[in-house]
Design a protein around this ligand. Structure first.
Ligand code: PRX
Length: 648
């Protein structure tokens, strides 16, 4: 059994949830009166314009409705309601990679959001329900744009800046977006990089829905302007009023779409609601990070991912906290950058990904000691399992042995934390996300739907709905049902399948064991193998391809492709092929999906019915012994050949 670390006593005394008794009491309350539990929370936390009629409508499961009939606006929750008590408090502290700083108070943020909301309405004719794609760097205007959409009821869909023009086009088309908001570019590793040319390329053809582009000037590099289509934010915003009434939204009106990868097909537009999402964003901020009025909270994610949505923008602002936003990379100008920022801003809660911790540990083991990190109270991780080595370094060197680490398990689809320690209550163990939050009914089950015993891996499922859950896949409700809800039922209701494997340890702690489907997790970013395979399959010389995740010391997993080339003798062309295939990936998906390894093989292990046995390929990539029965393969000898080529 791994070591257990008790919460810091002094911290617990002031924490919202002070011990395991309080935690268990909440869990009991949620179990005994499920709707009553959420009702109380929704009434306490949300400043409703009009009250809701029902807490949970399950009549069309799994298309659940939470707080139906209620009216609100998420920006009133995040900004308007704070003006009475926090108008001069810093809402966003932004730091550019070059060290420049902007502090935006709640009142200033409120005005900026109103101006942009007016601009969207008046000049771009954006109305409630319209989709707006944001392709923006980590600048405050990204938050302004999200909130401006929310203010007028438009649905934002952020596309991470690392995605290519093709990927951006797919998302604009799928969402049928009317407008793209982008920037000329930003700064990374000390140099300007560009975004606007990618938008130009994306909109070249097939995006008739989108006739306008709004550009934030950030790096002031030269860009081309398309007359009648392109507009400059920095100029136009000056002419708009700083007052704008919030659109009253139904609790279930969509707040945003966020595209994510699945095990099959193209990325899915995960649709989130207004009330349920903001409730959970705020609740988890308060309870999991235990943020207090004077605290400074820093989540290092990019706003292009769900972590950035919930824990840079919506969660911190909903609770009236101060949130830090940083433009650049953690290693610029040196590997002490983040620790220097924690010291300077007196950061109290710090939330990052295991891949970043591993990188900074490897490159700058002694760096943290050069900084005063004593302001830290809670440390968080997200996105992938954290290995004990990285956990211990984080705990001792960053947290000084006094901060709880909240290893938060959740997904784009869950909207916010699901399984996580509470810093003042939960005794923590390296590598365990510990227990589900009160009100979250998580179970680990086997293939027949039975709970797995301790120590045995199973499928991680959620057996009851929760307020911030995905509502549907944009434009594809059937895929929503098929992707997440199998035949398994609990109390007559469909069970949500997370796609992750998990198990209980001897003490009943949950350990996430990784994906059970064909999704790989590279540096905490989700990528579908099917998506990458489809791109590689476009190359004229590729006959067949199978992509798997391969363990990587820093990234967690990296992308490994087995490729069968067309033609008998293509050995001489392999080097060229590697370059060409990576070019193709960069063009159609983006740099984040670059291949880390390619093995050219004469054939793939297939069953007699033609199905590729990926498990075997995964084992080879992991250098594991093959334990699967290969006798059912069409040609078992292909496995030995691949193994030999791999070990060559
Ligand atoms: O496999 C799990 C992993 O990240 C997946 C969700 O990815 P995404 O939707 O991009 O959201 C990432 C940020 C919430 C999950 O299915 N994952 C997330 N958190 C953890 C994790 N794996 C292990 N431990 C975690 N704490």
């Amino acid at each position: 059994m791994s070591q257990v670390f008790e919460p810091n006593r002094e911290f617990s005394r002031d924490a919202r949830i002070k011990n395991m008794c309080e935690f268990k009491e909440l869990r009991l309350q949620a179990e005994e009166d499920f709707e009553g539990y959420w009702d109380k929370m929704a009434k306490e936390k949300i400043d409703w314009f009009e009250p809701y009629d029902t807490v949970l409508d399950e009549s069309n499961a799994p298309f659940y409705k939470w707080f139906n009939g209620g009216k609100l606006n998420v920006t009133h929750q995040c900004l308007g309601r704070h003006l009475k008590t926090r108008k001069n408090k810093a809402a966003i502290i932004w730091e550019g990679e070059d060290g420049s700083k902007r502090i935006i108070t709640y009142l200033q943020l409120y005005y900026r959001v109103n101006r942009l909301a007016n601009l969207l309405k008046n000049k771009f004719n954006i109305k409630k329900g319209d989709r707006v794609v944001l392709y923006l760097p980590m600048i405050p205007e990204a938050a302004f744009a999200m909130l401006a959409c929310a203010k007028i009821g438009a649905i934002h869909s952020i596309v991470f800046g690392g995605f290519s023009a093709d990927a951006l086009r797919d998302r604009v088309q799928d969402a049928q977006a009317k407008l793209v908001i982008t920037a000329d570019g930003a700064f990374r590793r000390g140099k300007p990089y560009m975004l606007k040319p990618v938008v130009d390329e994306a909109l070249k053809e097939g995006c008739e829905c989108c006739s306008k582009v709004l550009i934030v000037q950030r790096n002031f590099e030269d860009i081309d302007y398309v007359p009648g289509r392109d507009y400059v934010y920095n100029e136009m915003i000056m002419n708009e009023s700083q007052h704008c009434d919030p659109e009253p939204m139904d609790a279930e009106d969509p707040l945003f779409l966020l595209y994510t990868s699945g095990s099959t097909g193209k990325p899915k537009g995960v649709q989130h609601s207004s009330a349920g999402y903001i409730l959970w964003a705020q609740y988890t901020m308060e309870h999991v990070f235990d943020v207090k009025e004077n605290d400074t909270f820093w989540c290092t994610a990019d706003v292009g991912w769900i972590t950035g949505h919930t824990y840079i923008v919506y969660g911190p602002l909903a609770m009236g906290a101060t949130t830090i936003m940083y433009e650049g990379v953690p290693t610029y100008p040196d590997v002490g950058r983040w620790w220097k920022m924690i010291e300077e801003h007196r950061v109290n809660q710090f939330y990052t990904a295991p891949t970043a911790i591993r990188l900074l540990h490897k490159l700058g083991q002694d760096e943290p000691a050069k900084h005063d990190l004593s302001s830290l109270k809670v440390l968080g991780t997200v996105g992938e399992p954290i290995n004990p080595d990285a956990w211990m370094w984080y705990y001792n060197e960053i947290g000084g042995g006094k901060c709880s680490i909240v290893d938060t398990w959740w997904q784009t689809e869950t909207g916010g934390h699901m399984i996580t320690p509470l810093p003042g209550a939960t005794p923590i163990k390296p590598g365990s996300a510990t227990f589900p939050l009160p009100g979250i009914m998580a179970e680990i089950i086997d293939e027949d739907g039975n709970p797995t015993p301790k120590g045995e891996k199973g499928f991680l499922c959620i057996t009851k709905p929760w307020p911030s859950m995905i509502r549907t896949i944009w434009g594809d409700p059937d895929r929503f049902v098929k992707s997440y809800f199998g035949d398994c039922k609990k109390d007559g209701k469909p069970v949500y399948f997370s796609g992750d494997g998990a198990m209980y340890d001897d003490d009943g702690y949950i350990i996430i064991t990784g994906r059970t489907d064909d999704v790989i997790n590279v540096s905490g970013h989700r990528l579908g193998t099917a998506e990458i395979e489809a791109v590689l399959g476009h190359h004229v010389n590729v006959a067949e391809v199978a992509v798997v995740g391969k363990p990587d010391a820093i990234k967690g997993e990296c992308i490994f492709a087995y490729i069968v080339l067309k033609g008998e003798d293509t050995i001489g062309e392999e080097i060229e092929m590697i370059q060409e295939l990576n070019k193709l990936i960069t063009k159609e998906i983006g740099n984040i999906a670059k291949l880390d390894g390619i093995l050219f093989v004469p054939g793939l292990p297939k069953t007699r019915s033609g199905k590729i046995m990926r498990r075997i390929l995964r084992s080879i990539a992991k250098s594991e012994a093959i334990t699967q029965d290969t006798s059912t393969l069409e040609d078992p000898s292909v496995v030995t050949t691949i193994e030999k080529l791999f070990n060559r």
